[in-house]
Design a protein around this ligand. Structure first.
Ligand code: BGC
Length: 734
């Protein structure tokens, strides 16, 4: 529709219609079967709102959504189409690794392809918008939603966030197979105190700007069509009512002129925060902050008329919000084609098609991080006639897709057993659960219960151990329950259940040839698990093709190449913890009991595994770093190079990482910061030169006067295989 016609439409709309466009309701309220991601009963939506709302969340299905679109358009005085939004976080029906696993791929191109695949499936199913990417920076694994982030590094997060936006939206959201992306949760939702979901966030403006805002901004600049507010307060102001954050930073500084949607019920929740005295004030504050769509509460619908009549809010402000929603509908092409790509035939053809499965398998393989591999126990041989016992709850488990995926057909998910059996090995394998994912009946966040027949526990363990006793090697498949990750799943104990740990120890009493696979949506404590394992492969929640991908890597058809997107601490008590911290005035040397130095008395201030870490089935040597010059001016650049050699016996992929350190400044600077990486694949004995360009922009930060500038001085560049690498060179910025 032409802009002039869209304007005419806006001018012709009644206030109720306008407020309808600004209200989003859950599909369940239309009697549709839909996922529910928040509280339903709190919002008391009237039929009037349901008739006139402008968008719906959490229903999918071409037929269902075409019918709903028709029904709702008939009810609307101007027959304005609805937008259908959905949380497609790591795949729609073909599920790929959770975002933290995608972070581990260090592969923006792959992540873009995955997002595109999700968009093709989701759009065929009638959807228009996905509530992704989530680019909240995360430094505290107690927070369950670290699973939905690509990790703790601002640079990596921004790259992967942009890759997702580009993958979902393509060149034009209107085109077939594309979805509009919604960047969330603005801002700093990933830093709640104590890692408690929905708790408050206190950050200095410098930290907020330097570490947290960059990824959202990069996604905005990449053209994301929506941004979502966050549940948290930021420095004591709830995001959905934070004028400085939304109007000054998001709209003015970042130039975002598209749709800002609240998180689920977040406008009304400002009353709980003690920021709004009632629902009417919440409506006023959110509108003044520039929130366009109110998700799952009715403050706008119920109170805006009064706010306009008394002159608290200008009609212009409401019109501006409605305009943005209409523009989004227009950009999606909904006025011409309200069903967009909804098609039963396409659903059939695209969903879980061969190419999508192949891509999901590739992504799962690339996300796995090999943390230990003593005596090169991995890869296992496909040719050897040996006995391998797979034990642990994940040996046969289908729920390996994380808590933000809603596959309709669990039958399509490949378990470890299925993946290994498909390999047609000479080895003979057994598969036993041996333990439960929880130690007792547990209420999960969706209200269902984990309640297997616990009385069978001993028998299960016994059967598993029978096979372990006779086995040459044991693959222990343990981890978190998928519903222990994602929203509302903060944890204080970052371990696997006692039962699973007991199983691992018993296995170890009988058989030392142990390979442990860990399924998790966050870094968990691995010291104890490592003590009983020769190899550890961290597989996150790998998705539909998980079992095949695991078999590929275990038996050497593929090599592990993932790198940790979050540092792994030894204990939860060290959190928050991240590689790019600041130096202390009393630094420690990584040992215990040094007296009056920074750290703990009962745990070394070290990582179990640092950010960027991951082994392969081969080894890489790095030459010293060479610089083309050791001094630069602001308009100059330095090229830093290393030669990397595969010194092992197999082909392998190395993720060569470059970190920079600013040695002193008007404010202190992080110990090091990732500023570039390159993945290279080398045959045994092969060498390759890898070069990175260092520019002045990479050295900028918010200085003592809160100007974003670089400061002349001394710097170090580190190039190596992880954030703790020691290969370094010095340079000067004049
Ligand atoms: C989550 C969002 C999600 C929304 C809609 C909320 O509870 O915080 O990330 O997009 O629900 O499902």
């Amino acid at each position: 529709m032409e802009n002039a016609k869209l304007r005419e439409l806006l001018e012709d709309m009644s206030l109720e219609e306008k407020l309808g466009q600004l209200t989003q309701v859950a599909g369940t309220l239309y009697g549709e079967e839909a996922i529910v991601t928040g509280l339903l009963d709190m919002f008391q939506m009237s039929d009037e709102v349901l008739d006139i709302s402008g968008s719906v969340l959490s229903v999918h299905g071409a037929e269902k959504l075409m019918a709903l679109q028709k029904q709702q358009m008939e009810k609307q005085p101007h027959h304005i189409p609805q937008i259908f939004m959905y949380d497609i976080i790591n795949g729609f029906q073909t599920i790929y690794p959770v975002p933290l696993g995608q972070g581990a791929t260090f592969d923006p191109e792959l992540v873009k392809q995955l997002a595109h695949m999700a968009a093709v499936e989701g759009s065929a199913s009638g959807l228009h918008v996905t509530f992704s990417p989530m680019v909240d920076l995360v430094r505290d694994a107690r927070w369950g939603r670290v699973m939905e982030s690509t990790g703790e590094d601002p640079y990596l997060n921004a790259l992967l966030g942009v890759a997702m936006v580009e993958g979902y939206q393509g060149n034009d959201v209107k085109e077939k197979g594309n979805l509009a992306a919604c960047v969330k949760h603005f801002a700093a939702y990933g830093a709640p105190e104590g890692g408690r979901d929905y708790d408050n966030v206190e950050l200095s403006e410098r930290t907020l700007r330097e570490d947290y805002l960059g990824a959202y901004e990069a996604c905005v600049k990449a053209g994301a069509k929506l941004v979502m507010t966050s549940f948290n307060t930021l420095n004591r102001v709830p995001s959905s009512g934070n004028r400085w954050l939304m109007r000054d930073i998001l709209r003015e500084e970042m130039g975002f002129d598209k749709v800002l949607i609240s998180d689920y019920g977040a406008i009304k929740e400002m009353m709980n925060h003690g920021f709004s005295k009632d629902e009417k004030q919440a409506a006023e504050q959110a509108m003044k902050a520039g929130v366009d769509i109110e998700m799952m509460s009715c403050a706008y619908f119920r109170h805006m008329r009064e706010l306009l009549e008394e002159g608290t809010i200008d009609e212009e402000m409401v019109d501006e919000a409605v305009w943005r929603v209409l523009v989004l509908k227009n950009e999606l092409g909904l006025f011409e084609n309200p069903f967009k790509d909804a098609s039963k035939e396409d659903e059939k053809e695209k969903i879980l098609c061969k190419e999508h499965r192949a891509l999901a398998r590739r992504a799962a393989v690339d996300s796995f991080v090999l943390l230990e591999n003593q005596e090169e126990i991995l890869p296992l041989s496909k040719e050897k006639e040996e006995r391998i016992a797979f034990v642990g709850p994940y040996a046969k488990e289908k729920e390996i897709f994380g808590s933000w995926s809603f596959p309709e057909d669990l039958g399509g998910i490949i378990t470890i057993q299925e993946g290994v059996e498909a390999k047609k090995l000479k080895a003979s394998c057994t598969y036993d659960s041996g333990a439960f994912l929880f130690d007792e009946r547990t209420k999960l966040k969706d209200g269902t219960f984990y309640e297997p027949d616990f009385s069978l526990g001993e028998e299960m363990m016994k059967e598993a151990l029978e096979h372990v006793k006779q086995a040459d090697k044991v693959v222990v498949c343990i981890g978190e329950h998928s519903k222990q990750t994602g929203e509302a799943t903060s944890r204080t104990k970052l371990t696997v259940s006692d039962g699973q740990m007991a199983l691992l120890k018993k296995v170890h009493e009988m058989n030392k040839e142990i390979i442990t696979l860990v399924f998790a949506g966050r870094p968990i404590e691995l010291d104890e698990i490592a003590a009983y394992s020769k190899a550890i492969l961290y597989v996150w929640f790998p998705g539909t093709e998980g079992g095949n991908a695991i078999a590929d890597v275990l038996f050497g058809d593929e090599e592990p190449k993932g790198r940790l997107p979050m540092s792994f601490s030894h204990r939860g008590g060290q959190l928050p913890n991240y590689y790019n911290r600041f130096a202390s005035g009393r630094p420690n040397d990584g040992t215990l009991n040094q007296g009056f130095v920074m750290g703990y008395i009962d745990q070394t201030d070290t990582f179990m595994y640092p950010f960027g870490y991951g082994l392969t089935y081969t080894r890489f040597d790095y030459s010293d770093i060479t610089l083309d010059k050791s001094q630069m001016t602001a308009s100059d650049r330095i090229t830093a190079s290393v030669t990397v050699t595969n010194t092992g016996k197999r082909e392998g992929t190395e993720t060569v990482q470059m970190y920079l350190q600013d040695l002193f400044g008007t404010v202190v600077r992080p110990k090091r910061m990732l500023k570039g990486f390159e993945k290279i694949t080398l045959a045994p004995g092969e060498s390759q030169k890898v070069s990175f360009t260092i520019t002045e922009e990479m050295l900028r930060f918010w200085n003592i006067d809160m100007d974003f500038v670089s400061e002349p001085g001394d710097f170090k560049v580190y190039i190596g295989g992880n954030s703790a690498c020691t290969n370094q060179a010095d340079f000067v910025l004049k």
